[in-house]
Design a protein around this ligand. Structure first.
Ligand code: UD1
Length: 339
């Protein structure tokens, strides 16, 4: 039983490969290394004692996807992380995003549809909810018009999977809607490696703490929240990785009644930008240089998960606190910069 992890050298992918291997599953990674480094394989090997199989493939090449599945007939499940994820870039290069995020999804589903049985897990995002009307957000909350081509690829991706599952009983799929992943493996062998200036809050904070960035810009403190800054649900990447393993096991054991399901993956707790900064200051003992600037276009006020469905149906729960996740992010940043 082999599991294909596309984008398995990336941030969430690599942590998931570790958890899969810890459960004794055999993993083969596909990554085009456009936003990841082959050295990540060494980190995975150090943590788990096993180097996963790896093929450098661009999934936009349909013939390569077909030949991969022909060569690896024992692949019973796919966790599909490989995708582009920069919101701003997606606005400038929409077709790149539709090709990377939708084209590749179609090729993989085509290959899986040929199999007698196949399990599929899709990396979706809480971005599909937009600014939800009620907090915490349940999976029944309506999907709102996407703010960006990136967000649209997650919505369309979910629809493609749902439509395919309807006519393909042999295909068993779950979409995981991630809230805000952060942190690094406690071994600090793997973690987040943003290329260039980080767009996301936590890597920007840790890089500012290291002096790589001069100052964090906090995007707005006049939102209708307690301290005026936006609220998100920050989840430790190891907790998120473990959610993939239990979701996959559910599919492999055919415990699900519907062959397409959606789960929120968050902690259920909302934290403001200022609370995240305070967490950094607590765990690092450093003062963070930040200033309040204008709101960022497209930001929503608040998003945190109702995790009841994942807790009850998957038997999964996020274990780490914000401080624990922040400490791992900080330890990782310090290690990477020393290297
Ligand atoms: C962003 C994307 C989301 C995507 C996710 C992927 C936007 C609007 N949303 O989510 O679609 O799924 O990344 O990881 O881009 N912040 C600052 N200063 C910074 C960076 C962020 O104040 O330099 C604030 C933001 O305003 C926000 C919070 O920190 O309130 C989290 O931001 P970020 O890490 O970019 O995540 P999201 O915006 O939630």
């Amino acid at each position: 039983m082999k599991i294909l992890v596309t984008g398995g050298l990336g941030f969430i992918g690599s942590h998931t490969v570790v958890e899969l291997q810890n459960e004794g599953l055999e993993v083969v990674i596909i990554d085009d290394c456009s936003n990841a480094d082959e050295k990540v394989l060494e980190g995975i090997q150090t943590i788990t004692g096993k180097r996963p199989l790896f093929e450098k493939i661009d999934l936009r090449d349909k013939s390569m996807v077909e030949s991969f599945f022909a060569r690896h007939q024992d692949v019973v499940g796919v966790i599909h992380f490989a995708a582009s994820k920069a919101v701003g870039e997606s606005v400038v290069k929409p077709l790149l995003y539709y090709e990377n995020n939708i084209g590749t999804l179609v090729y993989i589903l085509q290959a899986l549809s040929q199999k007698q049985r196949a399990s599929f897990i899709f990396s979706s995002s809480c971005t599909v909810y937009g600014q939800a009307d009620e907090m915490p957000i349940t999976e029944d909350a309506p999907v709102k018009a996407a703010e960006s081509p990136y967000g649209n690829t997650k919505q369309i991706g979910e629809e493609i999977i749902a439509d395919t599952c309807k006519v393909t009983p042999s295909l068993n799929a779950i979409a995981l809607r991630y809230f805000n992943p952060m942190g690094a493996h406690p071994s600090v062998e793997i973690g987040e490696l943003p290329i260039g200036v980080p767009q996301n809050l936590v890597p920007f904070i840790t890089q500012t703490g290291m002096g790589i960035r001069e100052q964090l810009a906090v995007f707005g403190d006049d939102y209708p929240t307690e301290d005026g800054t936006c609220i998100r649900d920050y989840i430790h990447v190891v907790d998120l990785a473990k959610a993939h393993v239990v979701a996959l096991q559910r599919l492999l054991q055919a415990k699900n009644e519907e062959n397409y399901e959606v789960f929120n993956v968050g902690t259920g707790k909302g934290s403001s930008v200022l609370e995240v900064i305070q967490s950094f200051e607590r765990v690092s003992g450093e003062k963070l240089n930040y200033k309040i600037v204008d709101r960022r276009v497209g930001d929503i006020v608040s998003a945190y998960a109702n995790t009841k469905k994942a807790n009850q149906v998957l038997g999964w729960k996020a274990e780490s606190t914000l401080d624990e996740a922040m400490k791992s992010a900080w330890d990782w940043e310090k290690k990477v910069r020393k290297a």
